[in-house]
Structures are given as structure tokens and as C-alpha cells.
Design a binder for this molecule. Structure first.
Ligand code: FAD
Ligand code: SF4
Length: 804
């Protein structure tokens, strides 16, 4: 098998690998290095994360299990620093060497940071990756005043996000008009007025010359001598292709890594794709052209009859609520260009099409972009427009199928992924698709920025005619292997009495008989939730960490985290942990955030014997289950404590440990409102007050920071246990698999949950089902120690691949 190595684990690179796998799934042994510590995620949606519309988990395009399923060796958090072109191998910053027959460089870009004094101060960032987003979100918690340098697409999206995070935001722009490369002055002024009405403030024609402050940024100084205060500065003035590795390895680099029409660099068998590549002197910064490049490169690398990449025309939209704009092609008139223009100042609608020799060469639309796809088709196909009416909306979000009917088949619907109406209609007809989600899965339409989804929905309605069910179309199937949604799946399992993952997939006619890493763990969970104590868990359907009962680390080793109920331990247990750590030469022993001790860097084959020697239960640090119950010292030792937080924490942890839940569940118990266990940001948090306990729910301390909501105030520990059990069981029965409690409560509504739990009869029934379920669980580490089969099957000595 040929060895294919890819440097960069981002959007363009991984899409290229997807295309390669489609064309020739077994041709290559694939290794990917990604500098970021994550699997491939949808960078486009970082703006949505910042604006609070989505979570990081929701923007992951290829989860770790996808790499495993496709036998891809993935090294995350590891950068390639050198390509040894003679020996045909890459070398990483950890000294890892991997040989290649073919090498793809897909290193993307970095934010361009102004080379001015103070640019390295704390509180100055670009806007490129999840780390930048986290930095901004954290800053917004402690600081109030943000300045975004750059009034382009990224800058305005960042500014909107920072406003949503509660900061005051000034946008500093060098030019007199916002987004001057995409918008003409009229569209730009409409945009500015809208954003000002949303609370953004603009400083136009200002050149920043210095970032002022001590260690942390305190403000900006401009060329005209004026200055403004700032606690956070986001530089969004452009991107710079990431070409260092290529350049240092002798590959020809100009602005980007120079490639020909097959995406080949100046070295044989070395290719470049994405924002790091320069093709015919253009470096593209939007995914549509990069995905086109990926497709052509995949054909080339698989030895298929490859088409040439001849460059792309791109269209731009802004992902800011309340702003509808579109721009493509040339936007300024010269002697050879004339404009067709409509300007409805009253409604804030502006449309302008630039025409040269009867052909559209540029489009600027503000306030109403329904014509964008049709005009873009005319632009890219260089259609003669003499006989055509330019501004007639062909389709709209609410639009009927009449609009779709008049749309030609070759009209582009999803600009990011290059999907036409014809391709969507064909997929709907030939594959029996009925939901938006299925269309997206089959055709890629809507998989990137998502703005085309209303139109895809209209195409579904038009194609299915009477068969179209608007509510069903919005249902999300649990994965691409089926058209079934979560609600229907649960109902079918109950109704048909299905008892195993295989049976579910057979009876409900999965289109992929093996299922995938998305649906198999979900079905296994729903079966276990429904059949309570009767269900025989299907270990092979679980996510990889749950299958192994240990968390895989980025270098392919595992972690061992024994249970410490309520964060309380003993000298004897500490001794055991120390001895085991010493004997197995564990590289890292660390206190975790959940008040226990983690042993990191463990070899897979050592896991069972370490568990045996520890003789402690699994802490389930890897599972969709109760993780920890963090406690404060409480009334036993603390002079402020009014309640016994440790006992309650231990009781809760002992009762609910091992329980399968849709996602991980964390709890915290504090014995007084000083709340040292941070119970307010736990899935369930308990705060002792005089004469009782307050119970908080749906808190989250991770990326989607969320303070818990008060569910109830109760008097006794028995009431705490009863209400917690009912709440957890209701969550188990109604949440989607992989839905955190915070998202679930937001979806179903806190008042609804309160109402359900207020009914004593319902509470009793929920408690009974919980108790029945809890009977089922056995200690997994002990089970592995006892069973030679399990040891052989899951812990046999073999070389472990990262991402496994
Ligand atoms: C906030 C934001 C909003 C956006 N919105 C849109 C939009 O609406 N529409 C649109 O079309 N595009 C948008 N984009 C642009 C789009 O995300 C990029 O065009 C796309 O991600 C580029 O893909 P890529 O694979 O070339 O680079 P990337 O996705 O950046 O991936 C490159 C990866 O390579 C890694 N890497 C770099 N060097 C090394 C090394 N030496 N070793 C290992 N790994 C390395 C990087 O860490 C990175 O993870 C947006 C971008 C941002 C930041
Ligand atoms: S939460 Fe209250 S009782 Fe618990 S440790 Fe803190 S101050 Fe003491």
C-alpha cells in the first residue's frame, strides 16, 4: 500500500482525504499531522461559536472515530517541522519521522498580525482557531472593552460575537468603507448603519500604529495621534498562507506554495491544497474553491483521469444576524463596465449588477439576496444577459416550489460545496431522501456555512410534491445510515420490541448494514435506556474510549483514573496509586479537575494489570455517564459549612456511578453558598443553605459556559436523592444521545422540567425506572480482570494508532 502523509488537519486537507477515500478507499496508508489538538472542525462556524449560536462539539466535521474507521493514523497537537525530501519523510516537533510516497501540504493560513509595537501584549489575538475563540470568550468574562482592527468579513463577524458576549466593541478600519473589497460605498454604508444600530461603533480611516499598555493591552494609538482604550484587541486584517515548512524544505513558495493545475508543487509527489496553496497567482480564502482543489487533487493522486483546476470565482456572504448581503466578482466600474442598479433606500435594499460586454462580471446585493444564486450562475457561466430580466427573485426561504421549478438544473445552490439544484434533485429521487439532513449527508449541500439550507428545503418540497412533509423534513436523522430521527427510533424500538443494535439496523432497514460511529453508540444507548435491567450492553457499539474503559491520549497511550467518591481518598489508596505509578513507570501523575488522581501515558496492554493492582473501581473519566461529584469539605471541617457536603457527594456518586447517560454528567456539592465545589457550573449542583439544599441544574463549565438554573429547594438529603434521580431519569429518557444537560434544558425548557418533576406520581415512576436500570451495571475494570476473552479482545498487545 502506498504511504500518503498529510500535513495539516483542516477543512481543505481533510475534504481532500474524504474525496480520496471515495475514489479509492484502499489505495493508501494515510497519516495526518494536525497542529491543533482537535479533529477536523468547521472553521467557518467559529463565528457562530463566538456569537453563542453553537458549541464546539457541534462544529466537528470528522470526529476521532471517523479517522479510526478509515484507518487513518492521526497525530493531533503535533506539527511537522521538516520535510526530508531526499529520504521522503516528514519530521514532527516531537521528533516523530514518517515516510511518504505522496505528501499533501494543507497547512492553511495564520492571522496576519500587524507588525507594530505592542502587538505581542496579553489581550491581543487573531481570529483563526478555536483557541482564539476561547481567548475572546474568556476575556469577555473579565473585561468590557474590545477593539477589532479590520472592518472586513472576519472583523465584523468577530465584532458581532464580542457584542453578544456583552463587550463594548469598536471596529477600527483603515479605509473609508467597510468590506471595501466586496461592497461598493452604498452597500457599505447600509451595512454600517445596520451594524451601528446593533451597537457596534466604528472608527473609519484610522491607522493603528501602536498597542499601548503594560503586560496587558490597555489601548490603541493611531497615526493621527489619537488613542482609544481597549482590554482586548482582535486583529482581523487578513490572513497569511502558512508556508514555512514548505519553504524551508526547498519547495517553491511565492505568497503561497505555488501549485500547477493538478495542485502539484515544485517537488515530485508533493502537493498543496487549501489556503496555503497559490494557484495562478491567487491564494483563496473561502472553502468553495478549496474544495474544488481538493476534488481535483484527489483524482490526481488516485491516478484517475484528473480534470484541471482552472481557478474559481467566489461569492461572499456575512454571517451576522440581521445582515443579508452577497458579493461576487468585480465591484468597481471602469470604462468597460456598466451597472444595473436598484436602490430602495426606504427598505434598505440595494442591488447592483456590473456588466461588461453583456455579461455579468460583478454582483453586490444588500438587504435581499434571493437573486444571488441565479446571478452567480450567470456570472460564472458568462451567460449573455441581453434578453434576461436581472432582478426577479427566483427563490426565497419561504418561497414556493414555483420558484424552484424555474431554476435551471445547473444553478449552484450550495456555494461552499459546489452543489447544484440538479445534483440535489437527483439525490432526492434516486436515494429516496426526505429530510434536509439526508440531502446534506448525501450531497454535502449545507455542510459548511449552512446558508443554503432554506433553499435545499424548497428543493425537497418541489421534488417530493405531495409526499413532502415539512415537519419531517426538518427532522435530523441520527446519522447518514438512516432516515430515522431520534424520536422515531425510540418509538420504533418500543413498538417493535427491538433488543439489539443489529436487529435495529436490520428491521429499520439501515442503508449501511454495519452502521457507523454515530448511530451505533446512539442505538446502544437508547436500547439500554428502554430495556433497563434486561439489556445486554453491546460493547463493540460503544465509542472507543468506553469500549476500552480508558481515555486515549493524543500520543496513543491511555489514562487510568480510579474512582474517588466525593473526592475523598485514604492513605492506603494513595500508596497503591503511587506504587502502581512507579511500577509501570507512568509518565504523568496528575490531580484532575474532578478531585481525583489520573495516571497518564499508560500502554494499552498494561491497563488490566494496573487495574488489578490498584483494586479500585473505574472513575469513568472516559464515559457518557456520571463522571465525578466534586465536594467541598463542608460542615465536618469548615467553619462556614451548614450541611454535610462530603457525605451527600459520596452517596450521590455511589448511587449513580456507571449509569449510562446521553452525555457526561458532573455534579458538585457545596455545604454553603460560598460554593467552593463550583456547583453552579455542574450538570447538577447542590448548595447547602440553612435547613436544606438548593438544587441547580444545567450548568456547564466547559466551552459553553453556563450558570445552572435553580430547580428546587429541598429540606432533606432523601429529597435531594429522590429529585436528582427523577431529574436524571427524565434527562435520560428525553435527551438526544450526546446532548449535554445544559442544551437539553434549553431545548425542552426549565419550566417544563419543573412541571414534570412537580408531579409526585411521575417522580415515583421515574425513580422506579432509574432503580431498575441501576441494577444492570457491573464494575468494568473488574470484569476485564476476570475475563481472558475481554483481555484478549480489547487489550491484546499491538501497536496503537493515535486517534484509535
Ligand atoms: C472565523 C472564520 C470564519 C470563516 N467564515 C467563512 C465563510 O463564511 N465561508 C468560507 O467559505 N470560508 C470561511 N472561512 C475560511 C475557511 O475557514 C478557510 O478557508 C478554510 O478553513 C481553509 O482550509 P485549510 O484546510 O486550507 O486551512 P485550515 O482549515 O486552517 O487548516 C489548516 C490546519 O493545518 C494545521 N497546520 C498548520 N501548519 C501545520 C504543521 N506544520 N503541521 C501540522 N499541522 C499544521 C493548522 O493548525 C490547521 O489546523 C472562515 C475562517 C474563519 C477563521
Ligand atoms: S462551600 Fe462553604 S462550607 Fe464548603 S468549604 Fe466552602 S466555605 Fe466551607
Amino acid at each position: 500500500m502506498k504511504k500518503l502523509v498529510m500535513i495539516g488537519n483542516g477543512m481543505a486537507g481533510v475534504r481532500t482525504i474524504e474525496e480520496i477515500l471515495k475514489l479509492s478507499p484502499n489505495q493508501f496508508e494515510i497519516t495526518i499531522f494536525g497542529q491543533e489538538p482537535h479533529p477536523n472542525y468547521n472553521r467557518i462556524k467559529l463565528s457562530n461559536i463566538l456569537q453563542g449560536d453553537t458549541s464546539f462539539e457541534e462544529i466537528i466535521i470528522n470526529p476521532l472515530d471517523w479517522y479510526k474507521e478509515n484507518n487513518i493514523q492521526l497525530f493531533t497537537g503535533e506539527a511537522v517541522t521538516k520535510i526530508d525530501v531526499e529520504a521522503k519523510k516528514v519530521i514532527s516537533d516531537r521528533g516523530r519521522e514518517v515516510e511518504y510516497d505522496d505528501l499533501i501540504i494543507a497547512t492553511g493560513s495564520n492571522s496576519f498580525i500587524l507588525p507594530i509595537p505592542g502587538a505581542d501584549k496579553i489581550g491581543v489575538t487573531g481570529f483563526r482557531d478555536i483557541k482564539d475563540c476561547e481567548m475572546m470568550i474568556n476575556s469577555a468574562r473579565n473585561y468590557k472593552k474590545a477593539v477589532v482592527i479590520g472592518g472586513g468579513l472576519l472583523g465584523l463577524e468577530a465584532a458581532r460575537g464580542l457584542l453578544n458576549l456583552g463587550m463594548k466593541v469598536d471596529v477600527v478600519h483603515l479605509m473609508p468603507n467597510l468590506m471595501e473589497r466586496q461592497l461598493d460605498p452604498i452597500a457599505s454604508s447600509l451595512l454600517k448603519a445596520e451594524l451601528e444600530s446593533q451597537g457596534m461603533r466604528f472608527l473609519m480611516e484610522k491607522e493603528t500604529v501602536e498597542i499601548i499598555g503594560d503586560e496587558r493591552v490597555a489601548g490603541l494609538r493611531f497615526k493621527d495621534g489619537s488613542h482609544i482604550p481597549a482590554d482586548l484587541v482582535v486583529m482581523a486584517i487578513g490572513i497569511k498562507s502558512n508556508t514555512m515548512v514548505a519553504r524551508e524544505s526547498g519547495i517553491y513558495v511565492n505568497r503561497g506554495i505555488v501549485v500547477n493545475d493538478f495542485m502539484e508543487t515544485s517537488l515530485p509527489n508533493v502537493y498543496a491544497v487549501g489556503e496555503c496553496a497559490e494557484h495562478r497567482e491567487i491564494v483563496y480564502g473561502l472553502v468553495a474553491p478549496l474544495y474544488e482543489q481538493g476534488k481535483i487533487l484527489a483524482e490526481r493522486i488516485c491516478g484517475k483521469n484528473s480534470t484541471l483546476y482552472e481557478g474559481s470565482v467566489t461569492g461572499t456572504q456575512l454571517k451576522v444576524a440581521g445582515v443579508d448581503l452577497y458579493s461576487a466578482g468585480e465591484i468597481y466600474e471602469d470604462g468597460t463596465i456598466k451597472s444595473i442598479m436598484v436602490y430602495n433606500e426606504y427598505e434598505g435594499i440595494y442591488k447592483r449588477v456590473l456588466v461588461r460586454d453583456n455579461r455579468i462580471v460583478g454582483i453586490v446585493l444588500y438587504g435581499d439576496t434571493k437573486d444571488s444564486t441565479r446571478l452567480f450562475r450567470m456570472l460564472s457561466k458568462k451567460e449573455d444577459i441581453t434578453e434576461i430580466s436581472i432582478f426577479e427573485s427566483q427563490c426565497s426561504a419561504e418561497g414556493g416550489s414555483g420558484d424552484i421549478a424555474s431554476m435551471p438544473n445547473d444553478e449552484l445552490v450550495c456555494g461552499c460545496n459546489g452543489v447544484t439544484k440538479g445534483a440535489i434533485v437527483e439525490a432526492i429521487k434516486t436515494q429516496g431522501l426526505t429530510t434536509l439532513d439526508q440531502v446534506s449527508h448525501c450531497t454535502n449541500a449545507g455542510r459548511s456555512c449552512g446558508r443554503c439550507k432554506p433553499m435545499v428545503n424548497d428543493i425537497l418540497a418541489y421534488t417530493l410534491g405531495d409526499q413532502f412533509d415539512a415537519a419531517a423534513a426538518q427532522k435530523t436523522s441520527i446519522c447518514g445510515c438512516t432516515t430515522i430521527s431520534r424520536e422515531d427510533l425510540v418509538a420504533e424500538i418500543r413498538e417493535k420490541g427491538l433488543t439489539s443494535v443489529k436487529e435495529v439496523m436490520n428491521v429499520l432497514e439501515w442503508n449501511n448494514e454495519e452502521g457507523c460511529t454515530k448511530c451505533r453508540p446512539a442505538i446502544n444507548y437508547y436500547l439500554g435506556m428502554i430495556h433497563m435491567d434486561e439489556y445486554k450492553d453491546d460493547r463493540d457499539s460503544r465509542l472507543v474510549n468506553e469500549k476500552i474503559h480508558a481515555n486515549i491520549q493524543k500520543d496513543g497511550t491511555y489514562s487510568v483514573v480510579p474512582r474517588m467518591y466525593g473526592g475523598v481518598t485514604t492513605a492506603a489508596d494513595l500508596k497503591k496509586i503511587a506504587e502502581v505509578a512507579e511500577k509501570y513507570e507512568v509518565p504523568l501523575v496528575k490531580l484532575t479537575g474532578g478531585q481525583r488522581i489520573g495516571l497518564f501515558g499508560v500502554k494499552k496492554e498494561d491497563l488490566p494489570s494496573m487495574w488489578e493492582e490498584l483494586d479500585m473501581p473505574s472513575g469513568y473519566a472516559y464515559g457518557k455517564t456520571l463522571r465525578t461529584v466534586k465536594t467541598c469539605v463542608g460542615a465536618q471541617f469548615c467553619r462556614y459549612g451548614t450541611q454535610d457536603s462530603m457525605s451527600l457527594g459520596i452517596e450521590l456518586e455511589k448511587k449513580f456511578e456507571r449509569l449510562d447517560t446521553p452525555h457526561k454528567v458532573k455534579m458538585g456539592v457545596s455545604a454553603c453558598p460560598r460554593n467552593c465545589s463550583e456547583a453552579g457550573i455542574k450538570d447538577i449542583g447542590f448548595v447547602g443553605i440553612d435547613g436544606g439544599w438548593e438544587i441547580y441544574v444545567a450548568g456547564n463549565g466547559g466551552v459553553d459556559l453556563r450558570a445552572g438554573d435553580l430547580l428546587a429547594t429541598v429540606k432533606t438529603e432523601a429529597e435531594v436523592m429522590e429529585l436528582t434521580s427523577a431529574y436524571l431519569q427524565y434527562y435520560r429518557e428525553t435527551a438526544n444521545y450526546l446532548e449535554r444537560t445544559s442544551k437539553w434544558v434549553e431545548r425542552v425548557g426549565l419550566e417544563h422540567v419543573k412541571e414534570v418533576l412537580a408531579n409526585e406520581e411521575t417522580r415515583k415512576e421515574l425513580n422506579a425506572r432509574m432503580d431498575q436500570t441501576l441494577k444492570r451495571y457491573i464494575e468494568p475494570w473488574n470484569e476485564a480482570i476476570q475475563s481472558e476473552d475481554i483481555k484478549d479482545k480489547y487489550y491484546a498487545v499491538h501497536t496503537v494508532k493515535a486517534g484509535e
